[in-house]
Design a protein around this ligand. Structure first.
Ligand code: C2E
Ligand code: MG
Ligand code: MG
Ligand code: MG
Length: 278
């Protein structure tokens, strides 16, 4: 809707367009200094073994707290970071901080999951940067999982396959994130070197008390298991969903039902507690 400027509506529309573009440019400008100004931080969400209740790993999720803008969601600034190329420095920062934090916990069996966007994967030096950071922090590659979305897999299939294979050769595990939401080709699912399939939250939303449509959720969990992959259900919020997932033999779960993403000091406290009863 155009604003009332006492002019015609078309001008109002253009004003809004310009405002929007300026807003994006300002946001990009602020984002540019976010890493240096130490405005980014990580939260960690536990990934839980459904049968033992044990936290087997954590997913690092980046947060941006700007002094004036306040908290900006990754859903808003990650796409901007991708467009501006800032994703590379942000991604490196996330990986390094994540490795340092998780090492500081002193729990050698705990895995760290990191999100990587398609733009990062396409970068020439991506593998090298990852290996450099692992080396520098002395983080065991076998404890690292990289989460990528289906859209990342769809770009340059051979190129991506090669890169994923290189990561796996180094001991890093690959998860496919938000599975079922993108242009999933089941064919490629078999071809790509993957370890874990993360079932998107939208399928959890279908598993409701009303015996809603859980057909697809079931099929995806089965598919993952039949392909020999670990299956993690994302966005698990209710006891009903947990019961369903246990029935389906889904190995791992992640969601508000178990824990929200936690600030690092809170994660330490969380992990010091006993196993969750699930
Ligand atoms: P994602 O990787 O699929 O992460 C899961 C998102 O679901 C997170 O949102 C998490 O807070 C949220 N979530 C977890 N459990 C529940 C639940 O039970 N209910 C609901 N409603 N939500 C739940 P968040 O932190 O806002 O992140 C959004 C997306 O931003 C992530 O989706 C990921 O794609 C991207 N992202 C976050 N951190 C990074 C990063 O360091 N690098 C890159 N490239 N992308 C990131
Ligand atoms: Mg993820
Ligand atoms: Mg996800
Ligand atoms: Mg998601």
């Amino acid at each position: 809707t155009g604003k009332m400027h006492g002019r015609n509506e078309i001008l109002g529309y253009h004003d809004e367009m310009r405002e929007m573009i300026e807003k994006q440019e300002n946001l990009a400008m602020y984002l540019r200094s976010a890493v240096d100004q130490e405005e980014l931080f990580l939260q960690y969400q536990p990934i839980v073994n459904i049968s033992s209740g044990e936290t087997v790993g954590v997913e690092a999720l980046v947060r941006w707290q700007h002094p004036i803008l306040g908290r900006v969601s990754p859903l808003d600034f990650i796409p901007l970071a991708e467009k501006t190329g800032l994703i590379h420095s942000i991604g490196n920062w996330v990986l390094k901080q994540g490795c340092q934090d998780i090492l500081a916990l002193g729990q050698p069996d705990l895995q760290l999951s990191i999100n990587a966007s398609a733009v990062q994967l396409e970068e020439q030096n991506f593998i090298e940067s990852v290996m450099d950071i692992l080396h520098e922090t002395r983080f065991d590659p076998r404890r690292l999982k990289i989460e990528i979305t289906e859209s990342a897999l769809m770009s340059d299939i051979q190129g991506v396959t090669d890169k994923l294979q290189q990561l796996r050769d180094a001991g890093i595990e690959i998860s496919i994130d938000d599975f079922g939401t993108g242009y999933s080709s089941l064919h490629y699912l078999k071809k790509f070197p993957l370890d874990t399939l993360k079932v998107d939250k939208s399928f959890m939303d279908e598993i409701v008390a009303t015996e809603g449509d859980s057909t697809i959720a079931k099929a995806i969990i089965d598919l993952g298991r039949n392909l020999g992959l670990n299956v993690i259900a994302e966005g698990v919020e209710t006891a009903e969903q947990v019961a369903f997932l246990r029935e389906q033999d889904c190995h791992f779960v992640q969601g508000y039902y178990f824990s929200k993403p936690l600030d690092f000091p809170v994660l330490e406290v969380f992990l010091a507690g006993k196993r969750l009863s699930v």
